[in-house]
Design a binder for this molecule. Structure first.
Ligand SMILES: Cc1ncc(COP(=O)(O)O)c(C=O)c1O
Length: 371
């Protein structure tokens, strides 16, 4: 079969998502399973979004609006931009694929940091082969090192992904550093600001949303998602913003009808509910602080995070620990696929979920021998 396959595809390490709760319940015959593995919002969506979803059900025998007009209109207003600055995707993951397919010519490269969202690598590999992907090292504090990235830019570099806050480290890049970086990058390259966790940052005044850069006509694409703070991971809605020239080209590769009717309606409704968003951010901040202290209390190294998850380093065999946790109904994420095989990432959950995770982790670590 391999001889039939596009050779780039054979180079891909498949993306391993967090295991679904149903799989673990079935596999280990468990009633209670807590999933803190995919950085979802653990608060159920608010009433107005549920109502919008129910209302849209009566229309699902019709295709959705392929242009995502009303959602784009709303997003443009929300972000202070125009309609032709916005494109909507089936999750921001779809837009990451679209960007690479659209802009990467043969021989050109994608550049980012090590220890970041693994999809940049798998998408580049699928579309252009593993050689088209370049990673710069991080700082010792596990932050994006924009100097190291800048040092790796050459004439082959086409797309640069900057993830802020970064997944899986949760670390944050200050506004001034990003602004200086963007101003240094030549006009024949595209800087993608992946702002999936933007809403969670502690100091919004020190954050580059990218709106100013788009306004100045820079080749900057900003990615946002409804999967995190808006609680719509299961509906797959993300969006990108950039100058109209970039969007016009991206629209050529956008698959028709890529976002469902229900996804579009739910996303619009969720933009109307700032209370849910603000409550989610406040709850995350409170629960994250507690989780951080408790993990440190177990003697573990934990990375301070400005997102809705924490990266920590258990001094034991990670695969073994992961299996033991799964057997007890705790799904978190081993970070081998993100280039940090000695770490695990836990999403900040509701109080009761965090307690179940912490109790199970503490007990399990006591049963294991340190390496
Ligand atoms: C940094 C980053 N970008 C993008 C995404 C993808 O989000 P979406 O659900 O919008 O495809 C994720 C999801 O975990 C992420 O962590």
């Amino acid at each position: 079969m391999e001889s039939l396959v596009n050779p780039h595809v054979l180079q891909i390490t498949p993306y391993k998502p967090g295991k679904p709760v149903e799989d673990i319940q079935r596999e280990f015959n468990l009633k209670k399973v807590v999933k803190l593995a995919s950085n979802e919002n653990m608060l159920p969506i608010p009433k107005n979004v549920r109502e919008a979803i129910s209302d849209e059900m009566s229309q699902v025998h019709f295709y959705p609006d392929s242009d995502n007009y009303y959602l784009r209109r709303r997003l443009a207003d929300y972000n202070g931009l125009a309609l032709d600055n916005v494109i909507v995707g089936a999750g921001s993951v779809e837009i990451i694929h679209m960007l690479i397919r659209t802009f990467l010519k043969p021989g050109e490269k994608v550049l980012t940091s090590e220890k970041t969202f693994s999809l940049y690598k798998s998408a580049t590999t699928e579309i252009a082969g593993a050689d088209a992907f370049v990673e710069a090292p991080m700082t010792p504090e596990l932050c994006f090192d924009l100097q190291a990235i800048a040092a790796r830019i050459d004439r082959h570099t086409k797309i640069i992904f900057i993830t802020n806050p970064n997944n899986p480290t949760g670390t944050f890049i200050r506004a001034q550093a990003i602004r200086e970086f963007i101003d240094r990058v030549a006009d024949d390259k595209i800087v993608v600001l992946d702002n999936a966790y933007q809403e969670y940052v502690d100091d919004p005044d020190n954050y580059v949303t990218g709106m100013d850069e788009i306004g100045r006509g820079k080749n900057v694409v900003v990615l946002r998602t409804f999967s995190k703070v808006y609680g719509l991971a299961g509906l797959r809605v993300g969006y990108a913003m950039a100058k109209p020239e970039i969007m016009a080209i991206l629209n050529r590769v956008k698959p028709p009808f890529n976002v469902t009717r229900i996804g579009q309606r739910a996303a619009m409704a969720s933009l109307e509910n700032e209370d849910y968003k603000n409550q989610s951010v406040r709850l995350n901040r409170k629960n994250k602080a507690k989780l951080f202290t408790r993990l440190q209390g177990l003697g573990l190294r934990v990375i301070p995070s400005q997102a809705n998850f924490l990266l920590f380093f258990p001094p034991v065999d990670i695969q073994d620990l992961n299996q033991r946790l799964l057997r007890q109904g705790v799904i978190i994420r081993p970070m081998g696929g993100f280039g940090i095989p000695e770490a695990m990432r836990v999403t900040v959950g509701l109080e009761e979920e965090n307690e179940f995770f912490l109790a199970t982790l503490e007990k399990t670590l006591k049963e294991m021998s340190p390496i």
